[in-house]
Write a protein that binds this ligand. Structure first.
Ligand code: ADP
Ligand code: MG
Length: 261
């Protein structure tokens, strides 16, 4: 078992996929300011599997929107795969989303009239990949989530768990630096949830970086690291060993020390 210090050292040795320093997000509601995030500083290393937890209103979606480049911080720094997102305009942000992030949503968001393979091909179409390559890569992604036999079915011909696995295939087909899932099992029964979580676990064991939001302990238990939010701040951050028996606290860099400075 490694001590806290060596865990930190081994993870700071490689460039983090996500690094935040003092990220603040405020929303204006008429005359009042809503402090959704109150100074978030943390890093996520390549290949990690992280669950972000917290009660409703704790800032999970706000944090995920910033991580996913759907929104930008009011203050503070965010580097995605080494790129400072403050330097990007809207077009750059759209491009970086397409290239670096695979999104999985609670509601699957598959296009209903399209077959699974056509849905999975879509991000490759946006990325300008040649049609023949698109089909081949989409087929590989679907096989890797166990849907090789369902490629030509439309979403209504698939179970919820199968639809979410197709959505995961769509998320990984561009080979993104990060898979970002917001309550991916929120609409699934227990059996389908286990099914989908095993796919995330397999992706993690292949070296993919996975970040998921959940408020369910048994879903978070699949992750190696659990970050807890309360009132827009990180109140707990720990990692489990393989057996789940031991937990080590994850230290955060002091405010102001940037990962890329
Ligand atoms: P969670 O996803 O954990 O439920 P959110 O990130 O959605 O939390 O919200 C955090 C806080 O920010 C809440 O107080 C919420 O009401 C507020 N908030 C979120 N989005 C907006 C918005 N677009 N405008 C104003 N307030 C918002
Ligand atoms: Mg939310």
């Amino acid at each position: 078992m490694v001590a806290d210090a060596s865990v930190g050292a081994s993870h700071s040795a490689q460039r983090p996929v996500i690094a935040m320093r003092n990220v603040v997000k405020q929303y204006r509601m008429g005359d009042t300011e809503v402090h959704a995030l109150r100074g978030i500083s943390f890093e996520i290393a390549q290949g990690d599997f992280v669950a972000i937890m917290g009660t409703s209103g704790s800032g999970k979606s706000t944090l995920m929107n910033i991580v996913g480049c759907l929104d930008v911080p009011t203050r503070g720094h965010y580097w995605l795969d080494g790129v400072d997102v403050r330097t990007l305009d809207d077009d750059d942000l759209a491009r970086i989303r397409n290239r670096k992030i695979g999104f999985v949503f609670q509601s699957f968001n598959l296009l209903p009239r399209m077959s699974a393979i056509a849905n999975v091909e879509l991000p490759l179409t946006y990325a300008g990949v040649h049609p023949r390559q698109r089909r081949a890569r989409a087929a590989v992604a679907l096989q890797s989530v166990g849907l090789g036999q369902r490629m030509h079915h439309v979403p209504s011909e698939m179970s919820g768990g199968q639809q979410q696995r197709a959505a995961v295939a769509r998320a990984i087909v561009t080979n993104p630096a990060l898979i970002l899932a917001d309550e991916p099992t929120g609409n699934l029964d227990t059996e389908s949830s286990i099914d989908v979580m095993s796919v995330f676990a397999a992706l993690h064991s292949q070296g993919r970086t996975v970040v998921l939001i959940t408020h369910e302990d048994d879903i978070a238990a699949y992750a190696q690291r659990i970050v807890k939010l309360r009132d827009g701040q990180i109140v707990d951050d720990h990692r489990r060993d393989a057996s789940g028996a031991r937990r080590t606290h994850v230290a955060h860099a002091e405010a102001g020390q940037g990962a890329f400075q």
